[in-house]
Design a protein around this ligand. Structure first.
Ligand code: SF4
Length: 310
């Protein structure tokens, strides 16, 4: 938002571009552009992002966040947008040194270079500390009016936000699931066991408890009614959906089905998490498409369940 204000102050027309994947949304960008009254284009980069995410050239941050490669992809897409819209340049809100992995001097250089639009990328908040870009040389934007902010402190940014009377600016952390340790663990597990992922497999990572029974089979267990509903909505005919008969309990999903012995364990886990008594067998209903079978089973043992949690 600050970068937009700084560029707009030079009388330059601005258009926002934001990106979406199952891991992050464009909601904050939408709010910001609304507050500033500028148009926004939202580009879904899920497919390319997933390919990159399996093997990011510059590695992951603390969790599963491949920030450098992610920035490269976004700037590449922004560059394509710049060309198709006949715009003069791209600018970002990046600040030199604000984030150790993705905004150090070397990282900013790599990101710009690998995006294929290096000459056209202006960082108005730190431009005074970075090499001159083509739009600056060509006088499309006045370098003397750009800033020289660097480091992790947000003091100057907060002062500027006050000056521009910006209220809806984003909090420093959060927003991307790839930086969440719990989510990262599940994603790592999914990558290690599934070679051809579908988008819904990623969506499923966002709900319930996940337990891995073996290399081929994992199950997802709803923790509350809302999660049960989401799991059911994401289920497909190839999956097995397990519910306890006669007692309140979770919906358990076995994506892409499983062998008979694993189904017994999955049903036992479903009973374990239900309100059924712990000392007697309970009937669990297992549905695969329109085929329904039943398993009469004791709840799985607590220690077994604990060991399987991802
Ligand atoms: S935090 Fe997430 S969205 Fe942001 S650059 Fe890193 S991977 Fe991309």
């Amino acid at each position: 938002m600050l970068a937009v204000k700084i560029v707009q102050e030079q009388g330059i027309e601005v258009q926002g571009v934001a990106f979406e994947t199952p891991f992050f949304s464009a909601d904050r960008a939408l709010e910001a552009c609304k507050e500033m009254g500028i148009p926004l284009v939202v580009v879904d980069i899920t497919r390319e992002h997933l390919v990159m995410l399996r093997a990011p050239r510059y590695g992951y941050g603390r969790n599963m966040n491949p920030c450098i490669d992610c920035h490269i992809l976004m700037l590449k897409k922004a560059g394509e947008k710049m060309e198709s819209e006949n715009a003069d340049f791209i600018f970002t809100g990046e600040v030199l040194g604000q984030r150790p992995m993705s905004q150090g001097k070397q990282s900013l250089h790599i990101v710009a270079k690998r995006s294929d639009y290096q000459e056209y990328i202006v960082r108005p908040l730190s431009a005074g500390l970075l090499p001159e870009t083509r739009p600056e040389m060509e006088g499309k934007i006045d370098r003397r009016k750009l800033l020289d902010i660097q480091g992790r402190s947000r003091k100057r940014q907060i002062e500027l936000a006050d000056r521009y009377q910006l209220t809806g600016y984003a909090k420093p952390a959060g927003g991307c699931l790839l930086t969440d340790p719990g989510f990262a663990k599940r994603l790592r597990d999914l990558f290690a066991h599934d070679s051809c992922l579908e988008i819904r497999d990623i969506e499923l990572l966002k709900v319930g408890r996940h337990l891995r029974l073996n290399d081929k089979t994992k199950i997802i267990i709803g923790r509350k009614e809302m999660e049960n509903a989401v799991i059911e909505k994401l289920s497909q005919d190839r999956d097995i959906v397990i519910r306890v008969r006669n007692f309140p309990g979770p919906t358990v999903l076995v994506p892409y089905g499983c062998e008979k012995k694993d189904l017994q364990l999955a049903a036992g886990i479903c009973v374990f998490y239900s309100d059924a008594p712990g000392d007697m067998k309970t009937l669990a209903e297992c549905c695969k498409g329109s085929v329904v079978s039943h398993v009469d089973i004791l709840p799985a043992e607590k220690e077994v369940v604990r060991r399987l949690i991802i």
